[in-house]
Design a protein around this ligand. Structure first.
Ligand code: SAH
Ligand code: SF4
Ligand code: F3S
Length: 468
């Protein structure tokens, strides 16, 4: 799940700022952990900092400011932060001996959940900022640089989106043809295993106008594929001209924007799978035939204990309806094994869901008890040994299905949006409608074009295709 933020054209931005007459530019290095919402937030923070005189660097050893945008979802994710801080502290000490100041900031969900503890455990950290405070990132950094230890974990989500600066056209272009657009943040579902409602706060939807403005700006900068983001993206709701909209209506409207060729959205919750969203899959060619719909578990007893608000059959019926709307839908999911009280029979129900749905892709995890969530206090925690054994079986089944899905694509003709050069000379890459990487012969001049290709071969990590 870990993702690293993409490099930005630091040299070009540097010149832009020099021309504006600012003095020596400081360098910021941002490392992003966790979900795509963090990737989006990291980009917005980079936009704010570069507009306030920083340039981006991809070399941590050369940075004046290091931001770790963190994830708290599982124990391992949170522990990574402390080991990363240990490594950066050494860089900070080395630079200090040469009279160069390095400021360390922790942002994201670990900052929100454990801000005070970070400050106590890691004296090298200068700044702790939760996900709803990023509109103030430049000011907070400036205070930290003056020697103050800054901690900010308030919830002011409307402020965040209203005040974060938009990227310049140049910044957007440098990030490539596919962009994320956060439309909804936070969660009111309170699944008993999950920290997100505590780290991201209550569900908040951005306004239709804010979203359309941002989408038009992306299209204007040449972005061709937009992925709408939210912890519960399909819980997004808004209104325009007195009419209530949900995600389906929003997608119809976004589909009218010239230049945007592909739309995606993630992550959805089964109970918010409204009919208009399913209809959008039937009606909108730009909406890619891919649905990430986590189920977590297959047993009704465990689903209830997880507070998921639906049964196994209801989930299967939703998948059925989605496939009726568009028969080439690829389904992906998230699974947790070893939730407290999970028996072998319960686990078999999860395998049964997988067998019935036939997933194209999936993320699967051992249950990790998170401090402060109801799940952590439940009796009958499953032993690590049993959970590991179940995870191995579940992943073997999912791997089989993924291979089968990739094989089933061989012979299909698809539109391929060429996004970048391939690893080998004379190859370019794009993604299929079902999110697989597709390799085809071609050269860099074809980047941003959409080619009609036929899938010729399925490898373990990508598809090969030939032009038609
Ligand atoms: N909002 C999304 C998921 C957010 S977290 C949803 O409702 O589906 C991403 C995934 O991490 C979850 O789908 C779940 O599979 C996993 N996850 C969350 N908390 C976890 C925990 N305590 N232990 C193990 N996996 C967890
Ligand atoms: Fe977490 Fe559940 Fe909310 Fe998803 S819906 S973010 S799993 S509490
Ligand atoms: Fe992790 Fe926070 Fe996303 S806990 S998964 S970074 S919402």
């Amino acid at each position: 799940m870990e993702q690293v933020s993409s490099p930005v054209d630091a040299v070009a931005d540097n010149q832009e700022h020099d021309a504006a007459g600012s003095t020596a530019l400081k360098k910021v290095f941002v490392k992003t952990y966790g979900c795509q919402m963090n990737v989006y937030d990291s980009e917005r923070m980079e936009d704010a900092l570069t507009q306030d005189g920083y340039v981006k660097t991809d070399d941590i050893n050369d940075a004046d400011l290091v931001l770790l945008n963190t994830c708290h979802i599982r124990e391992k994710a949170a522990e990574k932060v402390y080991s990363a801080v240990g490594r950066i502290r050494k860089i900070k000490e080395k630079h200090a001996k040469q009279g160069r100041q390095v400021t360390i900031g922790i942002t994201g969900c670990v900052a929100q959940a454990e801000g005070k503890e970070i400050m106590r455990r890691a004296p090298a950290v200068d700044l702790v900022a939760g996900p709803q405070t990023y509109h103030d990132i430049s000011k907070m950094v400036a205070r930290a640089e003056k020697g103050e230890r800054v901690i900010s974990t308030e919830f002011e989500i409307e402020e965040k989106f209203a005040k974060l600066p938009a990227p310049t056209k140049k910044q957007t272009i440098a990030r490539g043809l596919a962009a994320f657009l956060t439309v909804q943040e936070g969660c009111d579902k309170f699944c008993t295993f999950c920290v997100v409602p505590y780290t991201r706060g209550a569900e908040v939807s951005r306004s239709v106008n804010q979203i359309l403005d941002e989408a038009n700006r992306l299209a204007d900068a040449g972005v061709k594929e937009v992925t709408l983001l939210g912890q519960n993206v399909n819980a997004w709701h808004g209104s325009l001209d007195g009419q209530k909209w949900n995600l389906g209506e929003l997608l119809y409207r976004l589909s009218d924007i010239d230049g945007i060729e592909r739309l995606r959205y993630t992550t959805s919750h089964p109970i918010d799978m409204e009919q208009s969203l399913i209809d959008a899959h039937r009606d909108l060619p730009k909406l890619m035939p891919y649905l990430h719909l986590p189920v977590q578990a297959g047993s009704d007893r465990i689903l209830k204990a997880m507070n998921r608000h639906h049964t196994k059959d209801q989930y299967l019926q939703i998948i059925e309806r989605v496939r009726q709307a568009r028969d080439d839908m690829a389904i992906s999911g998230d699974f947790i094994v070893g939730f407290p009280g999970e028996t072998e029979e319960d686990f078999e129900e999860t395998l049964d869901v997988i067998r019935q749905v036939k997933y194209a892709s999936a993320f699967s995890f051992k249950y990790s008890p998170r401090p402060g969530t109801p799940g952590a206090d439940l009796d009958h925690q499953v032993s690590d040994e049993v959970a590991s054994e179940r995870l191995t079986r579940l992943q073997a089944l999912l791997r089989e299905q993924m291979t089968e899905f990739n094989q089933s694509c061989v012979g299909k003709e698809i539109d391929l949006l060429i996004e970048k050069r391939g690893k080998r000379e004379g190859q370019v890459l794009g993604r299929s409608p079902w999110l697989q990487t597709v390799v085809v012969s071609g050269d860099a001049s074809e980047i941003s074009k959409t080619l009609r290709v036929k899938v010729s071969e399925a490898g373990p990590a990508s598809l090969n295709a030939v032009r038609i």
